[in-house]
Design a protein around this ligand. Structure first.
Ligand code: ADP
Ligand code: MG
Length: 384
């Protein structure tokens, strides 16, 4: 997937000199949606799609970046009085530089050429891939060893505080710490992680609905507020709870009258979804793919009805995927209101699945879905 010759030549033309190469993958989340910012559990895998960077240190403290995806260039002076967000794509990259420096690490300037194969804005986290590859390159070129847990935290901070998107840590964490052929079960409170092998009898298949409804970002922040409201209203009766992670299903049911109806349903999604992720790790480990698939299906119902982050096109695509031969389960993946559907499919049934889902979804929606089987990859690092 990588073409270092092209990157090297393009870098030489644009900046001159000989760069080093870095990569950071996008991701698909198998189960555990919107649980990360509730201190809960998630189970993503890193994809073959990745952001790649050719980069070289400069003598000054200026960072210049050029993206081959949008053909744009920009620069930032790390010694400027104040570096404010610009409200565009550069915030993902420069935000990371600003947060690294804020944390007390001094960077060298750098020339960076970025090229990403992660589809942008489809719920496969092109944003985290861009952040992580930039952070990895800047730290490496400045002579630091990269701590991938710290880098994930820095990149999340950049997206929260510089981009202004209040995302949890999942995307950055899996881009930094993915494991080849494994999904990664992450405890988003302790940041403990456990690789869970994907049975070779099954393949992860991602299907893009090709729609993305504009309300996504605003609704995302609203869901966060509902979760915070739930915690605030439950605290007086449940005592020392920090997040919905600390609320059991029984406790939520017992005190549901304390919550407005919509808030209750938002909380119920998070509480039941955490339970599903824990169960999913267990069944995947013992190779019970049917049970894993049922958990995926239940997760979709919960996102659709309780968290209300799906949309008609995605529901249709999920329904089509779930009705194919050889499918264990299917659900929306990512922030919501469009984007991708992830399915677990018997290895021998994948080719038929792809063809039939594409045809049926086109018939139903008029959109031609990009569908691909994925093999989980390692997290960010040097690219050779
Ligand atoms: P997702 O992370 O699901 O792909 P986001 O809305 O979080 O969607 O992030 C997409 C944004 O990230 C783009 O609009 C763009 O600003 C930025 N971005 C990601 N990758 C690149 C890239 N290679 N070049 C330029 N901008 C990028
Ligand atoms: Mg993103």
């Amino acid at each position: 997937m990588s073409d270092t010759v092209f990157l090297r030549e393009t870098f030489a033309e644009r900046f001159g000199g000989s760069p080093r190469f870095f990569r950071a993958p996008g991701r698909v989340n198998l189960i555990g949606e919107h649980t990360d910012y509730n201190d809960g559990f998630v189970m993503p895998a890193a994809l073959e799609f990745q952001a790649e960077a050719a980069a070289a240190a400069r003598q000054d403290r200026i960072i210049t970046i050029h993206s081959l995806n949008n053909g744009r260039s920009a620069e930032i002076d790390l010694d400027a009085e104040a570096n404010a967000p610009r409200g565009d794509w550069t915030d993902y990259a420069f935000g990371v530089a600003v947060m690294i420096e804020k944390a007390g690490t001094t960077l060298k300037g750098a020339d960076i050429l970025v090229s990403s194969s992660v589809p942008v804005g489809s719920g496969l986290s092109s944003s985290a891939a861009l952040e992580v590859v930039t952070g990895y390159a800047l730290l490496s070129l400045s002579g630091y060893a990269v701590d991938t847990v710290e880098l994930a935290k820095i990149c999340q901070k950049a997206e929260n505080e510089y981009v202004g998107m209040r995302c949890g840590i999942m995307d950055q964490f899996i881009s930094c710490n993915g494991v080849h052929d494994h999904a990664l079960m992450i405890d988003c409170r302790s940041l403990e992680r456990k690789p869970v092998p994907i049975d070779p009898k099954a393949r992860i298949v991602v299907a893009n609905s090709m729609v993305h409804h504009a309300l996504a970002d605003g609704e995302y922040n609203k869901r966060r507020q509902s979760c915070e409201e739930g915690v605030r209203l439950l605290q007086p009766v449940l005592g020392d709870i920090q997040a919905l992670r600390d609320v059991s299903f029984d406790a939520l049911e017992e005190h549901r009258d304390l919550l407005p109806e919509a808030t209750y349903r938002r909380c119920r999604h998070i509480v039941t979804e955490n339970g599903r992720v824990l169960a999913a790790a267990e069944v995947l480990e013992r190779g019970d793919l049917d049970a894993f698939g049922r958990l995926m299906n239940a997760s979709h119902v919960s996102m659709r009805d309780d968290y209300e982050i799906s949309c008609a096109e995605v529901d249709k695509l999920v329904e089509i995927a779930q009705s194919q031969p050889g499918v264990f389960g299917a659900r929306m993946t990512g922030g919501g209101f469009g984007g991708c559907v992830v399915s677990l499919v018997a290895a021998g049934a994948v080719d038929d699945f792809v063809e039939k889902v594409r045809a049926a979804y086109f018939e139903a929606s008029g959109h031609t879905s990009d569908i691909f089987a994925c093999a989980p990859q390692d997290g960010a690092g040097p690219l050779f």
